[in-house]
Design a binder for this molecule. Structure first.
Ligand code: GUN
Length: 379
């Protein structure tokens, strides 16, 4: 998806200028002891101060700038955002899920099962599916995979969905997107029974998400992961101005609906939005999901804002052994000096998506077996 066509050509350049201070900060802040971590932040600052002053001849002064719930760090006169460590949170969630699954197996002999249907030979999709299977293995979810050739028919996909719908050992069904262009995505997503729709893409689940007083059975995994990060870092959403950049069915649209359900005032910026930075610069929370490297510059961000970056974009990097590296939609180098908290790429939202898929699969197994459900539909 191309966002903000005219601005794009000016701002897609890689904005990183690689400051050793910023990298050092990221390295230290990814080792959080706990979250929210106002206390550990002080501890961190000691090692930070030590690390930086050993490289710098000038005296380094570190103070803490507190916004209501997040604490940025100030070094000399520059402020750096707290890093929201999705990798760490996702690991904790996987551990929580593994404990629940082993208890479930011991007590009622049920093991949650996830079926994944992959069509075609897209490398990125194959990697996502492999990672999902690996994650299932680590928490004790049984995974079932069907890999169909690119030229398979829609009917073949529908037949597999129908079998999984009827299979009591399968609690979640996921059809990896995108599908080959000759297939009708709507028909296929509609065929997954809503009780096993762990992706939350069925129109009934999305419709319920959009309606006041109605509850979806599942919430799409990436937006759910974004909100979960805000919750676990104790970042308030109620009454805040939130801007979602991108309006895809998978991330942007459901993210906006979720933020609204949490009582944020939500704007959506998309490819036809005029002066997007005028809107983003009023936001307390920005979720960006457009797939445009470094599009959101520091000047787009209100001081103290919280930034959730869903983009995972490869950019050329001759210094990297692979010839490329991954960057987000948000220019980290610039935005981390303005925001109060920010997700890194990689290691931010990415690991949360799979953690939420595992969470949805466990939720489904519990619901199907009439086990006690959490009060909220979030983890
Ligand atoms: N393709 C990219 N993201 C997703 C996702 O969250 N679920 C599915 N099924 N396909 C995807």
């Amino acid at each position: 998806m191309v966002l903000i066509d005219t601005a794009a050509s000016m701002i897609f350049a890689d904005c990183s200028s690689s400051s050793s201070t910023a990298r050092l900060l990221l390295f230290n802040t990814t080792k959080l002891q706990k979250y929210p971590d106002n206390i550990s932040l002080f501890r961190r600052s000691n090692s930070l101060q030590f690390g930086i002053s050993s490289r710098s001849s000038s005296r380094t002064i570190i103070t803490h700038c507190s916004s209501p719930s997040t604490s940025a760090i100030q070094i000399n006169n520059e402020t750096f955002a707290k890093v929201i460590d999705g990798k760490r949170v996702a690991k904790d969630i996987r551990e929580e899920i593994a404990v629940e699954i082993s208890r479930m197996q011991e007590e009622i002999g049920i093991v949650p099962g996830l079926a994944v249907i992959l069509v075609g030979d897209r490398k990125d999709s194959a990697t996502y599916v492999r990672n999902k299977k690996k994650a299932c293995d680590t928490v004790g979810i049984n995974s079932y995979e069907v890999h169909l050739a690119e030229d398979s028919t829609e009917e073949e996909v529908l037949n597999h969905i129908s079998k999984f719908n009827d299979d009591p050992s399968v609690h979640g069904i996921l059809v990896q997107l995108p599908l080959p262009s000759h297939m009708n995505e709507q028909n296929i997503l509609n065929a997954v029974c809503i009780e096993k729709d762990v992706d939350g893409f069925h129109p009934l689940n999305i419709g319920r998400l959009a309606m006041r007083g109605r509850e979806p059975l599942f919430v799409p995994c990436t937006p759910k992961g974004c909100i979960e990060l805000l919750h676990r870092y104790d970042i308030p959403i109620k009454g805040k101005r939130a801007v979602v950049i991108g309006r895809s069915n998978i991330v942007g649209m459901p993210a906006a609906l979720l933020l609204q359900r949490e009582d944020a005032t939500v704007s959506i910026v998309h490819s036809r939005t005029k002066n997007p930075e005028e809107i983003t610069s009023q936001a307390d929370i920005i979720i960006s999901a457009v797939g445009q490297p470094n599009m959101v510059r520091g000047s787009w961000v209100k001081p103290g804002a919280v930034l959730i970056d869903v983009g995972i974009n490869p950019v050329e990097d001759p210094e990297s052994p692979r010839g490329y590296r991954l960057v987000g939609d948000i220019c980290y180098e610039e935005a981390s000096k303005v925001a109060s908290a920010i997700t890194p790429v990689p290691g931010g939202v990415g690991p949360m998506t799979i953690a939420m898929l595992l969470s949805n699969t466990l939720l489904s197994a519990k619901r199907i077996n009439n086990l006690r459900m959490p009060a909220e539909n979030i983890v």
